[in-house]
Design a protein. Structure first.
Length: 270
């Protein structure tokens, strides 16, 4: 079932990356909505008849703004919505609402970044690169970790992950960067390889962060929506980490809100 689900989902994801536009934006909105729903259930805020709908409407609104080309306002509104949810949790001494505020930022930022990256000047290439780095990191880390074993990466949060697997996944990502540089003149090979390494580390941070959240609330899987895989959060936690943290890093270096990743890769100083 796990293999069958992957065989259906991966080609669908690649097709949406290729076509872009409204199709990719809708996929991003769907992912963000499901992420927020799964997060809400995990932290115990899924049944809140006020906070949960506010969070979902807020996320969908900022994604619409992003698609229409106003990512800056979208980020501002997302922050305001999350702050409002957090303050309401404080006022009511209601911890789930405070956690829901974090989930709103988590889901909303993911959707915004995916849409912005795909709309950029090299959108399809950058999104494909992002996904390939995360997929290869995950796959190589799994097999190297099983084969080599050794010290645990963070035993309390994720007992099966090892340092050997993490380093193996990083090595696999560097290969993706090197191969990509042979097909694209957007940036020198060093920039592609560096970007792949950074994204691989961020992907593994995203994976560990989701594991820590589930461990905190005693949950094994974020959901059951994907047969054999669990929830959407279980499958794209690495994408979330790489996309959001990678976007912030590229924004800090490239300084272009609309297309930071392309600006980062075009930084010849690398």
């Amino acid at each position: 079932m796990r293999t069958l689900s992957a065989a259906l989902l991966v080609p669908a994801a690649l097709a949406l990356i290729y076509f872009g536009g409204i199709a990719f934006a809708l996929m991003s909105a769907l992912l963000a909505t499901v992420l927020l729903r799964e997060w809400s259930v995990i932290v115990g805020a899924g049944g809140d008849l006020v906070a949960a709908p506010v969070a979902h409407v807020g996320v969908l609104a900022v994604l619409l703004l992003t698609y229409l080309g106003d990512a800056q306002t979208a980020f501002g509104i997302l922050f305001v919505v999350a702050l409002g949810l957090y303050l309401s949790g404080l006022a009511r001494s209601h911890a789930p609402n405070r956690w829901l505020a974090c989930g709103t930022l988590y889901a909303g930022a993911t959707g915004i970044v995916l849409i912005v990256l795909r709309q950029g000047s090299e959108g399809a290439l950058l999104i494909l690169f992002l996904f390939l780095v995360v997929w290869v990191t995950d796959i190589v880390a799994y097999f190297v970790g099983r084969k080599v074993g050794g010290p645990k990466l963070w035993r309390r949060v994720s007992p099966k992950k090892t340092w050997s697997g993490a380093l193996g996944g990083l090595g696999g990502a560097l290969v993706v960067g090197a191969v990509t540089s042979g097909f694209s003149a957007l940036a020198p090979a060093f920039a592609w390889i560096l970007a792949a390494g950074v994204l691989s580390i961020y992907a593994q941070i995203g994976d560990l962060a989701e594991s820590a959240l589930k461990r905190r609330f005693g949950v094994k899987d974020s959901g059951t929506i994907i047969p054999g895989h669990g929830g959407v959060m279980d499958r794209i936690d690495g994408v979330v980490g790489a996309a959001v943290l990678g976007y912030l890093t590229a924004l800090a270096i490239g300084g272009q809100l609309a297309d930071p990743a392309a600006a980062f890769l075009n930084t010849q100083g690398l």
